[in-house]
Every structure is written in structure tokens, then in C-alpha cells.
Design a protein around this ligand. Structure first.
Ligand code: GDP
Ligand code: MG
Length: 601
């Protein structure tokens, strides 16, 4: 297809604003999916995506569309709809998907208005110079207020409220007009057809039958099957087994030229060999300069993952090995905890990535898991100028510390204006500093804060939601590192530190953490035969203390007299209970206590 007839675009939207449903209508309207084969959220393939309504992996689908071209005559065009992951953890993948497009449909729920994720992705789109088509969705809803939110959108992106298209992904109203507008307004791709091939990888997924499927956007030249290609970041050379387009099933083609979007298969078995953002060129007479913007995936949040049942450890290892094939950002290494036994220290892009991974391990591999408090990456410099990268409280160095730096993010919060006070209070208590505030309309406001990532991963989102009755939305991006006064707080049972409960917190929060953790544990740990002091300590300084009083626990005392079977039953029951106990020194701690103490409430 000549580039003039191609339009590459994506849909950016806040979660639940109707991106998947609109994509469904586009598939139907362009005849790519027949009426009877249609099922809801056609492009969201993973079960977990459907259940949670999120899109984890971006997909690209080719849609034929006859529309008036530049000269007014109706002509067949090719639209490539590139689906972007919607969540903050995947900002880099979103930015690569956007970089594969010339335009974006900004989709806003006509009953909700612009939300934080919409804005964050809009900024990314504008940074990538995309042409933005504003659209209000769900106009069929009785609660829709298109006039009001069209004003809001115009206020943000400029232009007139009348330019904002109104559609319903549910009824299909306005979708044809939208596709025509995509052709009319989004610029066609430009590239040098005679230059050495350069294509950008915007996604790669692992398929058990075919190995890694790599999604690419060709910038220059042509990629043809049965040539050899080179990954420019690693110089690795791969044989091409297949090149094609997705519409909506994979269809092999004779090649992909300038501006085209499609997939290729090389037979590699691990997505790390086909990295998002990398440039592909021909192995022979290839390009010498890669496309800009490549970045290695880098974990931002670490947490320990342990099987509830210690004998599941090998199962956990196999499961992680399998997940890794399809997840270039997941890292893990073995870790042992005195309290929790054998497990893995896992690195994730963010909290959602962590949740999804744990969820998949439990659901797809039948594991029962316990995860420790998440941790960001700190850099600690000692007086003697040695530095430590700390992703785990147990790696906190002892000795004289000169300084500590921690990752900082820029947050965007959108909320009804009545909650400004409570949001500011919350952000301040999390060491946030206000960067700016804008009214989107008379009743809705955008707040910008810089805040330590470490404060956000600690139940910030839940706190924000509960203080704003669920109305506030949040998005954030990392902007760098900043010095901070942090300490490690240890929790000791009978003088013995329980590694799973250690935490790195700001100096001013150490006391609060110590008090709440010791109080929680006093409730959770049953009485023992002896007194158990619970202490919170920074170094050797105790900052909080609780005590579990001793109790003489004699199960047999109840059954005076001779019924031997009843006695045996009780003893067995007690033994079974013990299996789910973990020993910390001499103290028996039920597994439930660990789970409860590690969950934020
Ligand atoms: P996504 O998270 O942006 O992909 O949103 P979905 O497409 O999954 O839609 C979220 C919810 O909104 C689903 O329950 C849809 O059925 C509903 N929805 C999507 N589009 C429309 C629409 O145009 N009208 C109405 N009434 N509901 C819609
Ligand atoms: Mg979706």
C-alpha cells in the first residue's frame, strides 16, 4: 500500500471510557470481523484483561476503509489501529505505540469527562507530535453531558467545542464519521522507500506455538520475508520466518513497506530478544543509525514473593520462568527470608505490573503466594563514598551514611474541586510538593504534585480514592532522583528481627510505622507459653514496644477423663495447626499473621 493511503492511529482513553468497545465497532464497520463472529472486546485476548477490563499488551489491527481521499474521490485506505496499554506502569510501552502513529483519537466518556490517565496520555501524544482527534463517547447514556465536556476538552487542547465528535461505541453512532475524520485529518506516514530498512518494534508477545511475535512499524525501506534482520540494540541477527498483517487474524504478506504496520516471526523464544523500542534493519546493507527512543525496561518496584506452602518453591520458579518469556520487564532472583522461607525477589515496572504478575501466578499456575511490602530503588552513599543500590530492606547498609537518594514522580490528579483540601492534605502527608493547579471547568480541577515514588506505592491510590469517594483519578511518571532522609525500621519479636517486616521509611514516619506495626502484630500473634516483647527499632534504638502476655495453653486440660481417641484427635488438630506456623526464634507466628500484617488496610 502506498503511504498516502495509510493512516496509523491509536485511541487514548482513561480506563472504562470505552476504548475496547469502540475498537469492536470499528472492526465490525470495516468488515474485518463478521457480525456473527463478533464478541465483546475482540482485541483483548488475555483472560485477565477481560476480567479486569484492562489492556496489557498492545495490538495492531489493519482496517480497510473507503473514504474520500485528499482529492475528494472515495478510495480504499488502510487504517492501522494500534492499541495502547492504558496504565501508568506501562508508560514506556505506550510511548512506543504512540511513536508508531501519526494520530490519536482522544476518547472521553461523555458522562465522566477528562481523567488523569487521559491527560497523561494526551501529553505523551503531543510530545510525539500526533494529530489529536477529540471524541466524546457514550453519548447514548442518559447521564451524558456532551456540551459540558466538549467545553472541557476544547479548553485543554484548544479549538472549538463544536469540533469534538460525539459517538457511541455501544450503538455505533458516529463511528463512521470518526473513521472518515481519521482519513481526512491524520497525516499519512512519510519515510524513505529507498533507504536501508528501519522498523520500530512497538510490542512483542510470546505465543506457545509460534514463539515470539513482534509488532513493527516500518519507517524506511522494506522488510521482506526470508531475509535476515538485525536488532540494532544488540546486533543480534535473526532469520525471518514470516511477515504479515493482523486483520484481525495474522495474514502473511510479501513484505511491509514505508508506513506499514504488521508483525514478524523469527523463531526466537523469549521477548527479551525482541525488545520494545528497538530498531530492526536488514542484516545485509542495513541502516547504521537506529531510530531514537530505545530504552531498556527497568524495574521500579521490588517485592519478595513466597509460596505459602514451602514445597511449592520449584513450582514458583517454573512459573516465573514461563511468565518471563512474555514479559521483558519482569526480573527475579532467589531470596530467603528467615520468616517466610525460600522465595524470589521480583522487580516490576510498578504496582499494577506487580498485581498482574501475582494474579497470573496464582490463577494460571495454581500457586498460593505471599508478597512482602513493595520497595522502590534507593541509592545509598556511605561516608567512605562507597554506594549501595538498595531494593530490599535487608540490603540496607550499616555504618555511616552520607546521603540517600530516592525516585521522584510527577503526579497528575484530577478531581471534583470540593476535594482540593483533602487531596492537598494527603499529598502533603506523603511528602508531596504542589507543582501547579488548573481548573478544567468550574467544578473540576487538575493538581500536579512531585512526590517520592516510595510514598505512592504505599497505598496512596487507595487513600486518594477513599478520600474523594472514588472521584479522583491519578497518573504519574518518573522524573528523577532526589535526596531524602530515610531510615530502616526493624520489627523484633523477642529481640529477633523479622526480616519480612522491615521497612525503609522517611525519618518522620518511622515512629508511626513502628507503632502501627507492633500494635497490629500484638493482635495477630496468639499468646505463647512465655511473654513475647514486640519492638520496633531504628538501628539499636527502640522506638515502639508492645507485649504479648504469656499463656499456658494446654489442649488436654479440657478433656479430663479417659477418652483416648478424643485426646488423639485434639493432638492431631494441634499438630495440623502447627504446620501453618512459622517459627521466629522461639515464637510461633501463624501464617495468617504474616499475610494480615503485610497487607495494607
Ligand atoms: P476501556 O477500558 O476503555 O477499554 O472500556 P470498555 O470498552 O471496556 O468499556 C467500559 C464499559 O463501558 C463497558 O461496560 C462498556 O460496555 C461500556 N461502554 C463502552 N462504550 C459505551 C457506549 O458508547 N455507551 C454505553 N452506554 N456504554 C459503553
Ligand atoms: Mg479495554
Amino acid at each position: 500500500t502506498p503511504p498516502e493511503l495509510i493512516r496509523n492511529f491509536c485511541i487514548i482513553a482513561h480506563i472504562d471510557h470505552g476504548k475496547s468497545t469502540l475498537a469492536d465497532r470499528m472492526l465490525q464497520l470495516t468488515g474485518v470481523v463478521e457480525e456473527r463472529a463478533m464478541r465483546a472486546q475482540y482485541l483483548d485476548r488475555m483472560d485477565i484483561e477481560r476480567e479486569r477490563g484492562i489492556t496489557i499488551k498492545s495490538q495492531a489491527v489493519r482496517l480497510p476503509w473507503a473514504a474520500p481521499g485528499r482529492d475528494g474521490k472515495t478510495i480504499d485506505h488502510v487504517l492501522n489501529l494500534i492499541d495502547t496499554p492504558g496504565h501508568v506502569d506501562f508508560t514506556y510501552e505506550v510511548s512506543r505505540s504512540l511513536a508508531a502513529c501519526e494520530g490519536a483519537v482522544l476518547l472521553v466518556d461523555a458522562a465522566q469527562g477528562i481523567e488523569a490517565q487521559t491527560l497523561a496520555n494526551l501529553y505523551l501524544a503531543l510530545e510525539n507530535d500526533l494529530h489529536v482527534i477529540p471524541v466524546l463517547n457514550k453519548i447514548d447514556l442518559p447521564a451524558a453531558q456532551p456540551e459540558r465536556y466538549a467545553e472541557e476538552i476544547a479548553h485543554i487542547i484548544g479549538g472549538s467545542p463544536d469540533d469534538v465528535l460525539r459517538v457511541s461505541g455501544k450503538t455505533g453512532a458516529g463511528v463512521k464519521e470518526l473513521l472518515d475524520k481519521v482519513v481526512a485529518e491524520i497525516p499519512p506516514p512519510v519515510g524513505d522507500a529507498d533507504a536501508p530498512a528501519r522498523a520500530m518494534i512497538f510490542d512483542s508477545v510470546y505465543d506457545i506455538y509460534r514463539g515470539v511475535i513482534t509488532y513493527i512499524r516500518v519507517i524506511d525501506g522494506k522488510i521482506t520475508p526470508r531475509e535476515r534482520i538485525q536488532m540494532m540494540s544488540t546486533r543480534a541477527i535473526h532469520e525471518l520466518l514470516e511477515v504479515g498483517v493482523i486483520s484481525p487474524e495474522p495474514i502473511p504478506t510479501v513484505g511491509l513497506g514505508v508506513g506499514e504496520v504488521g508483525y514478524l516471526i523469527t523463531g526466537v523464544k523469549d521477548v527479551r530478544q525482541s525488545k520494545v523500542g528497538d530498531t530492526i534493519t536488514s542484516a545485509a546493507k542495513g541502516a547504521t543509525v537506529p531510530l531514537g527512543g530505545y530504552r531498556d525496561p527497568r524495574p521500579m518496584v521490588y517485592s519478595g514473593l513466597y509460596p505459602l506452602d514451602g514445597s511449592d518453591y520449584p513450582l514458583l520458579r517454573d512459573a516465573l520462568d514461563k511468565l518471563r518469556l512474555n514479559d521483558a520487564a519482569l526480573t527475579y532472583e532467589p531470596e530467603t527470608s528467615a520468616a517466610l522461607g525460600f522465595g524470589y525477589r521480583c522487580g516490576y515496572l510498578g504496582l499494577l505490573h506487580m498485581e498482574i504478575t501475582r494474579d497470573r501466578l496464582e490463577r494460571e499456575f495454581g500457586l498460593d503466594l505471599i508478597s512482602t511490602t513493595p520497595n522502590v530503588v534507593y541509592r545509598v552513599t556511605m561516608e567512605d563514598t562507597t554506594t549501595h543500590v538498595v531494593t530490599n530492606p535487608s540490603d540496607w547498609p550499616s555504618g555511616k551514611i552520607r546521603d540517600i537518594v530516592e525516585p521522584i514522580v510527577r503526579c497528575t490528579i484530577i478531581s471534583p474541586s470540593e476535594y482540593i483540601g483533602t487531596i492537598m492534605e494527603l499529598c502533603q502527608s506523603r511528602r508531596g510538593s504542589l507543582g501547579g493547579m488548573d481548573y478544567l471547568s468550574e467544578t473540576r480541577v487538575e493538581l500536579r504534585y512531585t512526590m517520592p515514588l516510595g510514598e505512592i506505592i504505599f497505598d496512596f491510590f487507595d487513600a486518594l480514592k477513599s478520600r474523594t469517594r472514588g472521584y479522583a483519578s491519578l497518573d504519574y511518571e518518573e522524573i528523577g532522583m532526589q535526596e531524602a532522609d530515610l531510615v530502616k525500621v526493624d520489627i523484633l519479636l523477642q529481640g529477633e528481627a523479622v526480616d519480612a517486616f522491615s521497612a525503609i521509611v522517611h525519618k518522620d514516619s518511622a515512629y508511626g510505622y513502628g507503632v502501627s506495626m507492633t500494635a497490629k502484630l500484638r493482635e495477630l500473634i496468639p499468646r505463647q507459653q512465655f511473654e513475647v516483647p514486640i519492638q520496633a527499632a531504628v538501628g539499636s534504638r527502640v522506638i515502639a514496644r508492645e507485649t504479648i502476655r504469656a499463656m499456658r495453653k494446654d489442649v488436654l486440660a479440657k478433656c479430663y477423663g479417659g477418652d483416648i481417641t478424643r485426646k488423639r484427635k485434639l493432638l492431631e488438630k494441634q499438630k495440623e495447626g502447627k504446620k501453618r506456623m512459622k517459627m521466629v526464634g522461639r515464637v510461633e507466628v501463624p501464617q495468617e499473621a504474616f499475610i494480615a500484617a503485610l497487607s495494607t488496610d
